[in-house]
Ligand binder design. Sequence first.
Ligand SMILES: Nc1ncnc2c1ncn2[C@@H]1O[C@H](COP(=O)(O)OP(=O)(O)OP(=O)(O)O)[C@@H](O)[C@H]1O
Ligand SMILES: [Mg+2]
Length: 309
Amino acid sequence: MAFPPPRLLSLQPTSCAPRAVSARHHGGRTAPELSGPTPRVVVVTSGKGGVGKTTTTANLAASLARLSLPVVAVDADAGLRNLDLLLGLENRVHLTAADVLAGDCRLDQALVRHRALQDLQLLCLSKPRSKLPLAFGSKTLTWVADALRRSANPPAFILIDCPAGVDAGFVTAIAPAEEAVLVTTPDITALRDADRVAGLLECDGIKDIKIIVNRVRPDLVKGEDMMSALDVQEMLGLPLLGVVPEDAEVIRSTNRGVPLVLNDPPTPAGLALEQATWRLVERDAMTAVMVEEQERPKKKGGFLSFFSR
Ligand SMILES: Nc1ncnc2c1ncn2[C@@H]1O[C@H](COP(=O)(O)OP(=O)(O)OP(=O)(O)O)[C@@H](O)[C@H]1O
Ligand SMILES: [Mg+2]
């Protein structure tokens, strides 16, 4: 395989990241400070499917709400939504943005408030297998974001869970966003798609793009069988928002409909996602500190030759 030389890394959280404690207690620390205009509209995207966009969206949203930062999590996957499942809200979604656009209900009626996390609301774009009113086209979510911005209680964040791929659903999902969280796994196919998506986001005027490297296996990185987070960061040339390890608790939390960041005691992936949330709020990024590096001559061409941005 044409991997660049893997490194043994210590990824050091910067000032805003919480220590290894649940943010429920905030570890005696003040919560991260939100600055600048709100709502901040952030799309969680990837290109490749199944890399962890919905898991990331659900956990960032739950973490923000626990920090008392009001958030609307939008499931923009019109065909195959599942953010409602991860948030345990599947039985409470009766109205969607499509119903609002069709004039059948008000926007506030389509927002589903989480019972345990009062600052978290979910908005689904449409019911599974139903179509959006064509008249709105790719402007659907722009309209939704504007309506939320003008509402009596605008949220601090609008987090958009983007569908996989780069077709119409992607275009609709990124339309209102000013920032992006690009989720990738440390493998060559996900990275090539992430690179392509980063290019498309930049073309759309979204310059604030940060990456989350998901499903990292430190044992494989150490054995040089998996790219490290720093390798991924260098290849994509984008700042790191977080590095999330492979964690069996992700599947358990998905099946229970309780976001991982609410686990007590916290699990490795839950902590990483919580730390990513703090960085997101403070517009911070991770600093990667190399504690040991095994320099090997880079192969000609190598991994970067796959990229066409
Ligand atoms: N850190 C992790 N550790 C273990 N499993 C994970 C992790 N992150 C995600 N998964 C699992 O990977 C699968 C895909 O995750 P998820 O649905 O969040 O991806 P997605 O990018 O939203 O997929 P799609 O493109 O289909 O919308 C799920 O089964 C999820 O439980
Ligand atoms: Mg998804």
